[in-house]
Ligand binder design. Structure first.
Ligand SMILES: *Cc1c(COP(=O)(O)O)cnc(C)c1O
Length: 432
């Protein structure tokens, strides 16, 4: 214990903050054990997919140029497909980010005159321009694809009556966002997604049900493809890249729809046949292999933060006890300094750029200053410990990630230390 106190003190954590954190950690033993159980299950699922598809040393080699017959790329796609119980997958470094993956899946499967429908309210901010909710060059709207949405009911449940009314003869694709993103609605469990898909398919069996799976992979034992989703889409610098993928996105699901996306990503006629991997096969495979444990560490960090801050009287979403369906944690401070000090703490705990002090700044696409903390090995990677918060009421910070639980723990303790030093938070009496 002496040694542990000493090393934390060297990092800047007082013994009072460490003791408070350790006490909370003790109380979370059962929660953490359940998270580890899921990780074990998901690890076996990934291993099984790798063995079944005979991943070999040759799969780790790089291709260049056109990338014809890239064994590693094609095998990795089979591994993703099997692990997610899908028919096919597209897993590519040419997919620049999650938004791009979603845009490719949508534009590959929608044609002029079709309608896109979201039964879970407004999609992630960047999707607004992809769809054309906010007018934007090259949007689906410019290509004659219309859009409709039904909001969730105030209690977070599905508005089945209006969902039924919204589905019409033009409805071609239904998009369901699993994670709440930067909204206050609850994240959807895979089970609830399954109920929604069943309802939609009952009204229109041939509609394509796509799930934006960002931040959700490996949080549960099942994925949306296990409950009827035709397509799932995500980013490799979030959960499934395991912190090792330096770029990339994936689309998995029904073969026909994945291929439609591939013809959009590369070109009609070429589809999945081209696309050199330039040496990313190895980190893609290894990252996917590590992803279940990395996600478990990030989840523990989110649960830990919720309990740390809830007991100090701050608003937390999700709360300290509810079940988790993504890795994002929101904490509301009510004052700008809370958001700023929290982010400074996360930054100070980072392995990279720990000496940098983040400051609120005007960012494109935001209507207020935003502060961001990230000291990541991969730029913008949000499976790595990271936080950001718009400087506007209710002064909430969103944080996620942590390649290891220990690092997530340090980041949260460091944020708390900063808040205590600035007297924005006070430890409970018995701990002081
Ligand atoms: C991150 C995210 C996206 C977009 O991914 P980028 O990689 O930032 O483009 C889309 N939807 C959800 C729910 C996300 O969390």
């Amino acid at each position: 214990m002496q040694e542990m106190n000493a090393v934390y003190r060297e990092l800047g954590i007082s013994s009072e903050v460490l003791a408070y954190g350790n006490k909370i950690e003790q109380e979370l033993k059962e929660r953490f054990a359940a998270i580890d159980d899921n990780a074990e299950y998901n690890q076996m699922k990934v291993l099984l997919a790798m063995q079944k598809n005979k991943v070999s040393e040759a799969c780790l080699y790089a291709s260049s140029g056109y990338g014809y017959n890239d064994l590693g790329r094609d095998t990795l796609e089979d591994v993703y497909a099997d692990a997610f119980h899908a028919e096919a997958a597209l897993v590519r470094p040419q997919i620049a980010c999650g938004t791009h993956a979603l845009a490719v899946a949508l534009s590959g499967n929608l044609r002029p005159g079709d309608e896109l429908f979201s039964p879970v309210g407004k999609p992630y901010d960047t999707l607004e321009e992809v769809i054309g909710i906010r007018p934007s060059r090259g949007s689906l709207a410019e290509y004659g694809v219309t859009y409709r949405q039904t909001d969730l009911l105030p209690d977070g449940s599905f508005d089945y009556e209006n969902i039924k009314k919204a589905i019409n003869e033009k409805t071609k694709l239904v998009t369901i966002q699993r994670s709440k993103g930067y909204q206050t609605r609850p994240t959807l469990s895979v089970e609830r997604i399954g109920e929604l898909i069943a309802f939609v398919k009952n009204i229109k069996p041939d509609v394509i049900c796509m799930v934006d799976n960002c931040y959700g992979e490996f949080v549960e034992r099942i994925e949306p493809t296990d409950v009827g989703a035709d397509l799932i889409v995500g980013s490799l610098i979030k959960n499934p890249g395991g912190g090792l993928a330096p770029i990339g996105g994936y689309i998995a699901g029904k073969k026909e729809y994945v291929e439609n996306a591939a013809y959009r990503l590369t070109s009609p006629g070429l589809g999945k046949e081209v696309g050199a991997t330039l040496g990313v096969n190895q980190p893609f495979f290894q990252g996917f292999f590590l992803a279940p444990t990395v996600v478990a560490g990030a989840l523990k960090g989110a649960v830990f933060a919720a309990n740390i801050y809830e007991r100090l009287g701050f608003g937390v979403v999700p709360n300290g006890t509810e079940s988790r369906h993504d890795i994002i944690q929101a904490v509301t401070f009510g004052v700008p300094e809370g958001v700023i000090e929290f982010c400074k703490g996360i930054q100070a705990a980072a392995p990279v750029d720990s000496y940098v002090e983040p400051e609120p700044w005007a960012m494109p696409g935001y209507d207020s200053d935003v502060i961001m903390a990230a000291g990541a090995f991969v730029q913008g990677s949000s499976i790595e410990l990271s936080a950001d918060g718009p400087i506007k009421p209710p002064y909430a910070v969103y944080f996620q990630g942590g390649l290891t639980w220990y690092h997530a723990k340090l980041g949260i303790l460091m944020s708390l230390q900063k808040l205590i030093d600035k007297k924005i938070a006070v430890l409970p009496i018995q701990e002081a």
